[in-house]
Design a protein around this ligand. Structure first.
Ligand code: HEC
Ligand code: HEC
Length: 287
């Protein structure tokens, strides 16, 4: 119903050009009717461009259930307004995420993009090692889904199609990880890249205390501490593939940027091999 073109142009002009009069009100109503009719028409008939179907957004049908789950399980840390200022927040070293920024660390999607619903569900299910963000294993699938939809209502980013991207397909772990001598050789190459590219923040020995570390800030202006890569358990997971993923996606909202383009695939696997050697209990685990 909406095309031809003049209707779109006319409706876009309405806001700016026509004075606030009864006529404008009338035409706003007409435009709205056209738009609804256009949405109702089959997908093929929908106009392209500005008046295309609304961008994706949170699933309204799960809002009430999601709020119920959120208020019982999440509000003490993430706050009633989702800004990360719940009652417990002040006492925590690693602060709860503010959902208002739409910035998420734990993703399978490119730097700067929103996480997938599965990414969010994985974080809530598994928690984040070494932080107050616990494992919500007791939530049923339906409650889990509802609460992940609910947190999307806190940021308008979820309503804009350009913030979405499909997950990046990660390559399989190279076979040489299984061979001790080969792994050592790759770790040696990784160590060199680490010294030139990562040590400024993470420290020459990976302890997180590089010369640049003290001055680092996250996007909210709070101090950002580079990860101590010698820890037994990293927040993003402990497998070579988990480290590789962090290097590809980066951690949005933190100074840990993406190295998707600046390091080759081989360099990233070499770094993963090197980081595994830093882990204190790595040799004991016999991996
Ligand atoms: C005891 C405090 C606490 C509670 C309760 C809590 N969280 Fe968190 N949450 C945190 C902290 C702290 C972080 C930050 C972890 C980090 O930065 O690595 C976090 C991070 C997250 C993230 C990760 C965002 C990202 O950057 O990828 C999500 C999603 C999340 N919480 C959802 C929830 C949901 C949903 C609930 C309730 C079911 C919940 N949290 C309950 C403390 C909490
Ligand atoms: C500009 C400073 C900076 C540089 C350069 C940097 N990082 Fe980071 N990195 C950080 C910060 C800060 C974090 C912690 C982010 C957070 O979770 O708040 C981090 C986190 C990580 C993590 C996640 C650890 C976990 O617990 O899951 C890995 C892995 C990592 N960095 C590896 C590297 C590697 C490898 C390089 C070099 C290619 C590198 N980083 C370069 C600042 C940096």
């Amino acid at each position: 119903m909406l095309p031809p073109d003049w209707r779109i142009k006319f409706c876009k002009m309405l806001n700016s050009e026509i004075p606030k009069t009864f006529a404008r009100l009338h035409w706003t109503a007409v435009c709205f009717a056209w738009w609804m009719a256009a949405l109702g028409a089959g997908a093929e008939d929908r106009p392209a461009g500005d008046l295309a179907p609304p961008a994706p957004g949170p699933d309204y049908s799960r809002y009430e259930q999601g709020r119920y789950v959120y208020e019982r399980n999440c509000v003490v840390c993430h706050g009633p307004r989702g800004d990360g200022h719940g009652e417990m927040a002040a006492s925590l070293g690693v602060k709860p995420r503010s959902f208002k920024t739409g910035l998420f660390k734990y993703r399978s999607t490119p730097w700067g993009k929103l996480p997938t619903t599965e990414d969010l569900q994985r974080t809530v299910r598994n928690g984040v090692t070494g932080t107050a963000m616990g494992m919500f294993t007791f939530l049923g699938d339906s409650d889990l889904r509802a609460v992940t939809e609910y947190i999307k209502f806190f940021s308008r980013k979820w309503r804009k199609a350009e913030n979405y991207a499909p997950p990046i397909k990660m390559p399989p772990e190279p076979a040489w990880f299984a061979d001790g001598a080969e792994r050592e050789r790759h770790a040696g190459a990784g160590k060199q890249t680490f010294q030139s590219t990562c040590a400024a923040c993470h420290g020459a020995g990976g302890d997180g205390k590089g010369p640049a570390a003290a001055a680092l800030k996250d996007d909210a202006g709070e101090p950002a501490q580079p990860a101590d890569l010698r820890q037994a358990h990293l927040r993003n997971g402990d497998d070579p593939g988990d480290i590789f993923r962090v290097l590809v996606t980066g951690l949005n909202g933190t100074p840990m940027a993406s190295f998707a383009d600046s390091l080759s695939e081989r360099q990233k696997w070499d770094l993963a091999a090197y980081i595994l050697t830093l882990r204190r209990d790595f040799s004991e685990a016999g991996k």
